[in-house]
Design a protein around this ligand. Sequence first.
Ligand code: SAM
Ligand code: SF4
Length: 376
Amino acid sequence: MAGIYFHFPFCRQACHYCNFHFSTQLKFQEEMLYAFEREIQLRSEELPSNLESIYFGGGSPSLLPPKSIERLINGVYSSVKLGEKIEITVEVNPDDVSYEYLKGLKSVGVNRLSIGIQSFFDTELELMNRIHNVDQGIDSIEWTAQLFNNFSVDLIYGIPSSDLSTWKTNLNRVLTYTPPHLSTYALTVEAKTVLAHQVKNNEVELLDEQLVKSQYDWMVKRLEEANYENYEFSNFSKPGFNSINNSNYWKGKAYVGIGPAAHSFDGKRKRSWNLSNNIQYMESIKEGVLPSHYENLKLHEVFNEYLMTGLRTSWGVSLEKINQSFGRHYSQYLEKQVENHLAEQRLYWDGDTLRVSKSAKFLSDGIASDLFMLKD
Ligand SMILES: C[S@@+](CC[C@H](N)C(=O)[O-])C[C@H]1O[C@@H](n2cnc3c(N)ncnc32)[C@H](O)[C@@H]1O
Ligand code: SF4
């Protein structure tokens, strides 16, 4: 068993780019906690032994007091046998926290934080409608660095109005805190967001794709020089600080997602997801009914997911694993399909492992989808 993910679906303010499931009506937080505890009990059969990670994401789980996080951790402990080294992460919004609050999280067993800094320019934070400012961001990193030896910082590049120079400033600034882990995301325009509306009405002009690529390429080089491993397209870590939660997810291990809109995977073929409505989720759980749907992935869908994550991660795509898990038909198909990318030096073989070349990293997703199998 890899991990448990809690999706806490509340935020103080909606960021213009975000279409994760959350509500800015904060009043049902206590009821949501009860529903989480009940969902853990209802799914206790699904929570096998050797749990390696508990992850509080959202939304904004840093709205929860440390006592509530402790209640949920205890709820898990009463149902599951734990692995030896368990990673317990909380995603933190800078405006939610104080030194005392972070100390409180540490005292209830949280041993990793992920802080949503995004940028060190107030103009960029305002453009994205982040609720916090640069000073709050700096305070939250400084307190975190004093209290936790394992933490991650989220930054966004490709922000309209940014350029290579502002991005260099952002990244160099974060490196002064020597975070053990960084997650960096290109700003994407998601359906039904304010940003999508602004782009459609020409109120916001997106950054040129080549400029976004140059920001990404510069970052990869800069972080390599600073001794970070780019172990996944958007994730960088100092030695020994890969996120257990994220790595297990990319390695296709099982995880259980608790809360509205949370996804789960059984580590084989079954993927399920809770419905994305806070009230309906809580009512259903109260009645003892899991508000979830599921699908069984077809073999070629599992293969395509393996290609996508393999090419995004430092562990690559193994021909031997394809032979074992999918059969010769799949490995022969792949060997044929990659020819063009090998010739253009976007991909290369490292023994029996297929990898994306450095210069083509930014194109990883497009390359993977070009290799997809369309039926079993
Ligand atoms: C969904 S948030 C949850 C954690 C916390 N609420 C926060 O904002 O940091 C996780 C990360 O996803 C990023 N994110 C969400 N939507 C995005 C988008 N459209 N483009 C780039 N990053 C995005 C957020 O900025 C944040 O760093
Ligand atoms: S990015 Fe984080 S804080 Fe902003 S709306 Fe999404 S979940 Fe909430």
